[in-house]
Write a protein that binds this ligand. Sequence first.
Ligand code: ZN
Length: 368
Amino acid sequence: MISGPSSVQMSEGIPTGPGYSRSTGTVRALNLMIDFSDAPGEGSAMERLAEFAPQTRAWFATSSYGRLDYRPEAPISDWLRMPKSFKEYGIERGAPFDPGYRKLVEDLVRKADPRVDFRKYDFLNVLVTPNAGPSALDTVLSVTFAGNQEAPVADGVPVANASFVYSRQDDGSGSYAETGYRVLPHENGHVFGLPDLYTHEGGGAVGHWDIMSEDWGAGNDLLGWHKWKLGWLDDTQVRCAATPGSTEYTLTPLPRPGGLKLVFVPLDSRTGYAIELRARGGNDAVVCRPGILVYKVDATVDTGGGPVRVYDSRRDSGGCTNSPNVHAELSDATFVPGESFRDPGSGVEVKVLATDPEGNHRVRVTRR
Ligand SMILES: [Zn+2]
């Protein structure tokens, strides 16, 4: 396990800091669908919920190997009309203390409170009518305020973890029906304490290997490190290569329940290399080169600053996918039998030895 300094707001360190939602067992997501006088709800509020709810529940069930029982609930089945116009709230992509957001949360708590017992829920999803604000193709407003203990209070509990989803994300084909929901598991990832893996340069640090990096386009899963951080892997499914020497491991494909999923090579108390086997299956829809993914995890780097960097086994190859909204270059970043990852600086080497008929990969990890 590695951990970050307390100055890092949202760290890759384990264990996740306090204030976030539980990520195992049964969690109850309160869904409120809201609209405004200048953006009246299009269609019914339950149709808006249906864009996200069953898919997000299924996504988490698959990704967590059944360890997260995500219950989307909507005690108010109609649009909740906010007292001010959308324009008046002045919503921009913002920080939790932005006056506009503070006012919006206060207002929606006041409106919902007579019909909702906020103590029954682990976190809040605010599904905004899609006609409020800019198209997601222009500006992505969707945002999560996580672990925020200074949030407005409802029924005696702070609304500390809240995801806001605006607009609709199409999958690159002009349709959002298949994959548009994926913004919600991304935003809820923050509620569970996961940082953003895209940076201001885009998805070039992790590519399509984690939904916290890319939540547009074809389905993808979480990195093994994130599954470990969220409590979805047993201790027996993770190995730590902490001592000098060579050890061989048989990794099983990440989508398949059971078996060894992750080898971690700590470099110090803050950073290390993670090694896992990625193959198509489960939530991973577009893996075009199954193999061993090697990435560096740095618990000192905050959300959006590139806390994870995937090592590209084939730099400047252009990648192996044509799928829209998938960072192509890193799509063939994996190592296959006969190939090795080497970091001369730290003396870490990962050699992929062989595969077996089940698709498991044998690797040898060596460190000085
Ligand atoms: Zn995010």
